[in-house]
Design a protein around this ligand. Structure first.
Ligand code: SAM
Length: 282
């Protein structure tokens, strides 16, 4: 009987979850998928041995990869999620008055298993009539779609395996092509204290397609290594110049219910520590 899950993200440093119960494990056509019940972090979804999300701390990440863009935009109607098969981003996006959300997820097993074992993540979002799930490679979706979007959320795995394609200049160029004026792209950009090279690469590659590129940070306990970064890319720098009262007006008008995001946290998230600033070189 499995009672310990040791994350396989770094060869020299691991986080271990003791006293766990394995709820499900399978090899999908794309990755090794496992779900554990843990004593301290609720239910945990792992892909290729790497923590994707836990029901205990997912609110931090899913609120911060969604709300800064949707609050700053203020009028987003069409949103694209690339990856995000666990449904957490969908739940948060649907708190806004959007009209259509497309989720382009490569692995249908992540959707099915998340619905079965982590239903609170989507909290019914997959059944919302505004949501369309498109199973397939997100790289191909953004290259081929004729749709355009106001916000694109790239909730991908790290740049290894199927996720690697979602960190390329080609992918970002196609995101720029299908992004409406005043649109924003937000990307899962890893933990720079342990993945500094990835952040620098993301910065340069995003900058090849967008005029305004930076990162926001948040603290997700099970994304080990310090601050987690979220890439922000837009053609419109004014979206990052909104004051706290403007942000609060949008959030309050929508009755935005959150546990991490606040208008103050929104602004503070873009204040980068120097060790992260120093990675943002052209
Ligand atoms: N929050 C997590 C993180 O920060 O690492 C990500 C969670 S979400 C489960 C990641 C999703 O990206 C997975 O479901 C995976 O199947 C999906 N994914 C990876 N590569 C993809 C691709 N090329 N196109 C679409 N989805 C992809």
């Amino acid at each position: 009987m499995v009672t310990r899950f040791v994350e396989a993200l770094y060869p020299d440093w691991q986080q271990a979850f003791e006293g766990v119960r394995l709820l499900h494990r399978e090899t999908t056509p794309y990755q090794e998928l496992a779900v554990y019940e843990t004593p301290g972090f609720g239910t945990l979804l792992a892909l290729d041995g790497v923590v994707q999300t836990t029901t205990a701390d997912e609110f931090v990440y899913h609120e911060m990869i969604v709300h800064p863009a949707l609050v700053a935009h203020g009028a987003a109607k069409a949103v694209l999620v690339v990856g995000g098969g666990d449904g957490g981003c969908l739940r948060e996006i649907l708190k806004h008055p959007v009209e259509r959300v497309v989720l382009a997820e490569i692995d249908e097993r992540v959707v099915a298993v998340s619905k079965a074992f982590l239903p609170g993540l989507a909290a019914g979002a997959f059944d919302d009539p505004r949501v369309e799930v498109r199973i397939g490679d997100g790289l191909a979706f953004v290259a081929e779609t004729q749709e355009t979007f106001d916000v694109i959320v790239v909730d991908s795995t790290d740049p290894e395996g199927p996720g690697e394609a979602l960190f390329t200049e080609k992918f970002y160029a196609d995101c720029a092509r299908i992004l409406n004026p005043r649109g924003v792209v937000v990307t899962q950009s890893g933990v720079p204290f342990r993945q500094p090279r990835g952040l620098g690469l993301s910065y340069r590659r995003l900058a090849s397609a967008f005029a305004d590129v930076t990162f926001a940070t948040c603290a997700v306990p099970t994304y080990v290594g310090g601050l987690m970064t979220l890439g922000w890319a837009s053609q419109d720098p004014s979206l990052r110049r909104l004051g706290v009262e403007s942000l609060r007006a949008v959030a309050e008008a929508r009755g935005l219910a959150t546990r991490y995001y606040t208008p103050e946290v929104h602004l503070a998230a873009f204040a980068l520590p120097r060790y992260i600033q120093e990675l943002l070189v052209p």
